[in-house]
Design a protein around this ligand. Structure first.
Ligand SMILES: *[C@@H]1O[C@H](CO)[C@@H](O)[C@H](O)[C@H]1NC(C)=O
Ligand SMILES: *[C@@H]1O[C@H](CO)[C@@H](O)[C@H](O)[C@H]1NC(C)=O
Length: 435
């Protein structure tokens, strides 16, 4: 088993996305949003459907686990019946995205439920983490809009049972209603610590939440402040934690550059955080400029960072010196706004693209269809969480048969990290020698 794993880990080093970019799912064609009609005893389904505005339902983030897609459909605008969904195969061969874990916990205004899923992540234990922004309709602020204001929170759900393991509300001292802009989510698998970014002009920084300690800490970082707070553009953070070098790679839609900050920065004693001047910006390493606006980012298990831009996908090997970006796909008009990447266990990179720019620019309801397309390409890469997964994850959403993969997560995880650490030391030495 371990030998096999090692082979996988080393095998992906040489592979790259050589394959064609194929559309697997197309909104309204072979994938549909749940419309509530198939459910019998969901009390609130009817009420939710009255408000359904098809053009306002855009898949924003996606993760794959055990043959299913999990997606965040943020409530940027009204008419989104379910903000957190899971894919189901229908007997006719189509796919439906249905509320997960239930529709009952997704009512707007019910602060115990999930209000506005902005980002999701799945860890190696099969736990789905969701960043719930709390407030809804953030791209459709109208005078007569009802004020459903809930506090932001992180929700951790056991994927196999659907049980909510944790609902961690962000302390009121760390956010301000109507001003805080939380986005981005990455989980450090080694410590089960989540990092979220606040890209507000008021109090930009990182929110760090430890699942074991159950404690939030906020680290100011003025680098995350939007360049022009008055500009009406859409902004969000993109975060990727690397368990290989213990760095948090980050950028925002607005920032011109990509940065890396050591996770150890978040270990400072609480007393230092009290100082008003404490700001982690000077620990952030400026890696270099992006060629274009980056709207999605993901890291694979050998330290390659993939970035999605309008009509292009690039990758960068975080283990090599220099910000030498490799173009994987260029000038592909089918790629509009890439809002998410995801890996499956078979080495495929999945890509979610939609007409999000138009959706943002139209202040009112999105005019359907939202033109969501889901592509995949064989990159010979996967995510850390899938490589070291505890559960049965050995299926991609469109695979016919399934193979149960790895068990005994904890020792294996450590083994993988140890192997990678050796690889990295080696790789870096080679790079150093090359110079
Ligand atoms: C919807 O669910 C909430 C609790 O989740 C409940 O208070 C409310 O009455 C329900 N609405 C309807 C129409 O059943
Ligand atoms: C999740 O649920 C499954 C099935 O009920 C259970 O076997 C597993 O231990 C749970 N995992 C966690 C992390 O609670």
């Amino acid at each position: 088993m371990i030998g096999q794993l090692r082979l996988v880990a080393f095998g992906v080093c040489v592979a790259a996305c050589a394959g064609e970019l194929n559309v697997v799912y197309e909104w309204g064609s072979n994938i549909n949003l749940w419309t509530g009609r198939r459910e019998h005893d969901e009390r609130n389904a009817t009420a939710a459907m009255e408000d359904y505005v098809p053009g306002n339902n855009l898949v924003h983030r996606m993760r794959i686990w055990d043959g299913a897609m999990y997606v965040a459909v943020p409530r940027f605008k009204r008419g989104v019946p379910a903000t957190l969904c899971k894919s189901h195969r229908e007997p006719d061969g189509g796919t439906t995205l249905k509320p997960f874990p239930t529709i009952r916990m997704q009512d707007v205004g019910d602060c115990f439920g999930v209000q506005n899923a902005k980002d999701i992540e799945i860890d190696h234990l099969g736990q789905l983490w969701t960043l719930d922004a709390g407030e809804v309709y953030d791209l459709q602020r109208t005078a007569d809009a009802p004020d459903y204001t809930c506090d932001p929170k992180l929700l951790v759900v056991n994927i196999s049972s659907g049980a909510v393991l944790r609902s961690a509300v962000v302390p009121s001292s760390m956010h301000t209603a109507g001003r805080t802009v939380l986005s981005g989510l990455s989980v450090d698998l080694k410590t089960l610590t989540a990092v979220v970014a606040d890209v507000s002009a008021d109090n930009p920084g990182f929110l760090v939440y430890g699942l074991r300690s159950g404690v939030y800490r906020k680290f100011r970082c003025k680098r995350l402040r939007p360049a022009d707070a008055a500009a009406n553009g859409y902004n969000e953070a993109l975060l990727a934690i690397s368990p290989i070098d213990n760095m948090l790679y980050f950028t925002t839609v607005e920032l011109d550059n990509v940065f890396a900050i050591p996770l150890s920065v978040f270990d400072v004693p609480a007393t230092r955080l009290l100082a008003d001047t404490y700001d982690v910006s000077h620990y952030a390493n400026d890696l270099g400029p992006k060629a274009d606006t980056v709207t999605a980012m993901i890291l694979d298990s050998v330290g390659r960072l993939y970035m999605g831009m309008p009509r292009a996908i690039v990758s960068w090997d975080t283990l090599r010196g220099g910000f030498d970006v490799k173009q994987l796909y260029a000038q592909d008009d089918r790629l509009q706004w890439i809002s998410s990447f995801a890996f499956d266990p078979d080495g495929y990179l999945w890509i979610v693209s939609s007409a999000f720019r138009d959706f943002v620019d139209i202040g009112s309801d999105g005019h359907g269809p939202a033109d969501v397309k889901i592509f995949k390409s064989h990159c010979g890469a996967t995510a850390f969480a899938l490589l070291t997964a505890a559960g049965s994850t050995g299926r991609s959403p469109d695979a016919v048969s399934s193979v149960k993969t790895v068990t005994a997560a904890a020792p294996l995880l450590h083994y993988v990290f140890a192997t990678l650490a050796i690889q990295i030391t080696f790789a870096r030495r080679t790079v150093a020698n090359d110079r």
